[in-house]
Ligand binder design. Structure first.
Ligand code: F6R
Length: 622
C-alpha cells in the first residue's frame, strides 16, 4: 500500500540533486508495497514545488528530467495505492495545502471524517483539486499554520480533528528546514544519518543511506531537521527516549541478485531463511526464546490459543495449530483476523493470542490483536519487520530474521513463520512440561536438518519450472491435502491465484466427495500433497486413495511425495519429490514446489511476478 519517504539535509551551497535523488531512491525501494501513482515535493526559492504522475515511478522520473537540482534541503515523496479517487495525476500525492499553495503533504491511511472536514474547509474558501480524503489534511495543517506559525503545533492541531488511520508528512515554505510527521494506526520510521535524517513507511525507504533507525509510536509527532529528531505525543509531551534499532540487512537484500524476480530470489533464499529463524535459539539442547517476555507462569496458565492472521500468514497459523495441539495439548483455533472481532470471540486472561504478520502492519491483524488485549489476553507477535506496529504493541515478539520480503507474494516469510510457530510450540511445551527435554532436543535436532532439506527441494526447481512452463495455458488447478498438507494445499492455491491469475482452489482431501469432486473432469490438473508413509499409515493410505479417486475421473495428478514413497507411482502423472522428515515438519518442504510452480507459470505468462495486479504488500487499511 502507500509508501512514504522524507529527507532532511543541510541547506546546499549550490543547487543539488541529493534531496530528490534520496526521495526517488526511497520510492523505488518502496515500489514493492504496490502503488499506482507517485509524487514528490521540495521547497525551491521559497515556493513549494510538486511533481506527481499516475503510473510507474518512471513516469515521475520523466516528468522531473532535467530538473533534479534543487536548493531545497528537504524532500517528501509518496507512492499511492488508490482508495478514494482513481489513480490519476491529480489524485496522486503530495497535495498542496493553503490558499497560496504554501504547504505540501503526503498521507498513508484513510481519513474517515474527510467529507465533513472538506465541507468546512470549502466554506472557508479552501479550494480542492482532488477526489482524495488526504487533501483535507493538507488544508487543515496549512490553516493551523496560519494561526500558530509553527509546523509541529499546526500538525498537532490538525491531527486532533482527524478520524481514521494516517501517517502524514508535511513541508511548509515558512519552515523550509524541516519535515513534520504524525502517525496513528499507520507505519512510520525515522532513519538517522550524519547531518541528514530520513523518514519512511518502512526502513527500505532509507536503507541505502543508513541502518540506524528510530521507532515512532502510536499517536506521536516527529519533527525532523538535519541535526535533530524531536518526538512528541499528540498531547504535546516530549518522548524523551524514542526506541533506536539497527537495521539487520543491507541494501543487497533489496536487490534481485541475478534472479528474474524478487519472488524467485526469495524462494531460493528459503534454506537460509529457515536457518536464520532457528539461529541462536537453541543452547545445550534447550530452547531459548529471549524475546518471550511473557512470564512463564502466565504461559503455564494458558487454556486456549487463538492464532489471528490473514492470507499466507493464516496458512502458517493453520500449520501451527497441528503442531501446538500435538506438542502442548492446548486447544488452538486459527481465525482470519478480519473475522475474529466480529464474531464476539470468547477471550479471557488465560487466552494466548498469536498474531502472525510478515509486515507487522496488517490493519486487520492489528485490530484483532487489540481486541484480544482489551479482554485481557496476552499477545505474542510473529513478525518479520522490526519497528512495525504489531510486534511493538504485542506483549512479546518473535522475529523471523529472514530479511526483507520484497515480492508481494509471500514465500520466505511463510517458511520463517512456520519455523517460528514450531519454536513457539516447543517453547510452550518446554515451559509447561508437556514434552520431556530429550523429546524437545530430538525435535530440535530434526528441525536443524530442515535448511539442508529445503535446499534439496530447491535444487530440483528446474523440474518444477519445466512443468509450469508446459502448463502455462491451464485455466484451473486444484490442490488437495490432509492434516498439515491441507494448509499447504491452501497456500499452493493462493500463490497461483495471486500471481498467475489462474482459478485455483485448495481442499482438505477428505472433503472431496462432499462436493468438490464434481469439478474434476478430463485433464483437470490436481496437485496432491502426500504425507509421509512412515508417519500415520492411515493418513498416507487415505491420501493415496484420494489420488485414485480424482484420477479415475480423468484428473491429471501432480503428486508431491516423500523420497522412496512408491505407493503413489501407479496413480501419478508427475511426481515431485521431497526429503523425508517428520509429518509435522513436512510443510516446510512440500510448499516449495508449489511456490516455484506459481512463480514460473506467472513468468511464462509474461506477468509481473513481483507486483501482481490489485495487490499491495502491506495492507494497512481494514
Ligand atoms: C500472500 C500474501 C498475503 C499476506 C497477507 C498478510 O502471498 O502475501 O496473503 O500473507 O496480506 O500479510 P502480513 O503477513 O504482512 O500480515
Amino acid at each position: 500500500m502507500c509508501g512514504i519517504v522524507g529527507y532532511v539535509g543541510s541547506v546546499p551551497a549550490s543547487p543539488s540533486p541529493r534531496p530528490l535523488e534520496v526521495a526517488l531512491q526511497g520510492l523505488a525501494r518502496l515500489e514493492y508495497r504496490g502503488y499506482d501513482s507517485a509524487g514528490i515535493a521540495v521547497i525551491d526559492d521559497g515556493q513549494v514545488r510538486v511533481a506527481k504522475r499516475a503510473g510507474k515511478l518512471q513516469n515521475l522520473r520523466d516528468a522531473l528530467a532535467g530538473e533534479e537540482d534543487t536548493t531545497s534541503p528537504i524532500a517528501i515523496g509518496h507512492t499511492r495505492w488508490a482508495t478514494h479517487g482513481a489513480p490519476t495525476d491529480g489524485n496522486a500525492h503530495p497535495h498542496l495545502g493553503g490558499k497560496d499553495d504554501e504547504l505540501a503533504l503526503v498521507h498513508n491511511g484513510i481519513i474517515e471524517n474527510f467529507a465533513a472536514l472538506r465541507a468546512e474547509l470549502e466554506t472557508e474558501g479552501f479550494v480542492f483539486r482532488s477526489e482524495t480524503d488526504s487533501e483535507v489534511a493538507a488544508h487543515l495543517v496549512a490553516r493551523e499554520m496560519q494561526g500558530t506559525g509553527d509546523l509541529t503545533d499546526a500538525m498537532r492541531a490538525a491531527v486532533a480533528r482527524l478520524e481514521g488511520a494516517f501517517t502524514l508528512l508535511a513541508v511548509h515554505r515558512d519552515a523550509p528546514d524541516r519535515v513534520v510527521a504524525a502517525r496513528r494506526n499507520s507505519p512510520l520510521v525515522v532513519g538517522l544519518g550524519e547531518g541528514e535524517n530520513f523518514l519512511g513507511s518502512d526502513v527500505a525507504a532509507f536503507v541505502d543511506s543508513t541502518r540506524d533507525a528510530l521507532e515512532i509510536g502510536q499517536d506521536q509527532i516527529v519533527t525532523v531537521t538535519a541535526d535533530e529528531v524531536v518526538v512528541t505525543t499528540f498531547e504535546g509531551e516530549l518522548v524523551p527516549e524514542p526506541k533506536r534499532f539497527t537495521i539487520e540487512w543491507d541494501v543487497t537484500a533489496a536487490q534481485k541478485g541475478g534472479h528474474d524476480s524478487f519472488m524467485a530470489k526469495e524462494i531460493h533464499e528459503q534454506a537460509t531463511a529457515v536457518a536464520d529463524t532457528l539461529r541462536g535459539r537453541i543452547e545445550s539442547g534447550k530452547l531459548h526464546l529471549d524475546e518471550m517476555s511473557i512470564d512463564p507462569s502466565v504461559l503455564r496458565s494458558v487454556d486456549k490459543i487463538i492464532v489471528v492472521a490473514c492470507g499466507t500468514a493464516a496458512n502458517a497459523g493453520n500449520v501451527a495449530k497441528y503442531a501446538i495441539e500435538h506438542w502442548c495439548r492446548i486447544p488452538t483455533e486459527v481465525e482470519l483476523a478480519h473475522e475474529f472481532r466480529y464474531r464476539d470471540p470468547i477471550v479471557t486472561e488465560k487466552t494466548l493470542v498469536v498474531a502472525i504478520s510478515q509486515s507487522g502492519e496488517t490493519m486487520d491483524t492489528l485490530m484483532a490483536m487489540r481486541h484480544a488485549q482489551e479482554q485481557g489476553a496476552k499477545v505474542v507477535a510473529i513478525c518479520n519487520t522490526h519497528g512495525s506496529t504489531i510486534p511493538r504493541e504485542a506483549d512479546a515478539a518473535l522475529y523471523l530474521h529472514v530479511g526483507p520480503e520484497i515480492a508481494v507474494a509471500s514465500t520466505k516469510a511463510y517458511l520463517g513463520q512456520i519455523t517460528a510457530c514450531y519454536l513457539l510450540g516447543l517453547y510452550l511445551a518446554q515451559v509447561r512440561g508437556n514434552l520431556y527435554p530429550d523429546e524437545i532436543a530430538a525435535l530440535m535436532e530434526d528441525l536443524d536438518q530442515l535448511p539442508a532439506q529445503v535446499q534439496r527441494v530447491l535444487d530440483d526447481a528446474e523440474q518444477v519450472g519445466d512443468l509450469a512452463r508446459a502448463m502455462a495455458d491451464v485455466s484451473s488447478v486444484l490442490f488437495l491435502g490432509r492434516h498439515v498438507g491441507y494448509p499447504t494445499a491452501l497456500e499452493g492455491a493462493l500463490k497461483l491465484k495471486e500471481i498467475a491469475y489462474i482459478h485455483a482452489e485448495g481442499f482438505a482431501a477428505g472433503e472431496l466427495k462432499h462436493g468438490p469432486i464434481a469439478l474434476v473432469e478430463e485433464g483437470q490438473p490436481v496437485f496432491v500433497i502426500v504425507p509421509s508413509p512412515r508417519g500415520r499409515d492411515s493418513l498416507h493410505s487415505k491420501v493415496v486413495s484420494n489420488i485414485q479417486e480424482v484420477r479415475a475421473r480423468g484428473a491429471r495428478t501432480l503428486v508431491i511425495a516423500e523420497d522412496g514413497d512408491d505407493d503413489v507411482l501407479p496413480y501419478s502423472d508427475v511426481v515431485l519429490r521431497v526429503p523425508a522428515t517428520r509429518t509435522l515438519f513436512a510443510p516446510l518442504l512440500t510448499v516449495i514446489p508449489l511456490q516455484i510452480f506459481a512463480c514460473e507459470l506467472a513468468a511464462a505468462k509474461g506477468l509481473d511476478v513481483d507486483q501482481p495486479r490489485n495487490l499491495a504488500k502491506s495492507v494497512t487499511v481494514e
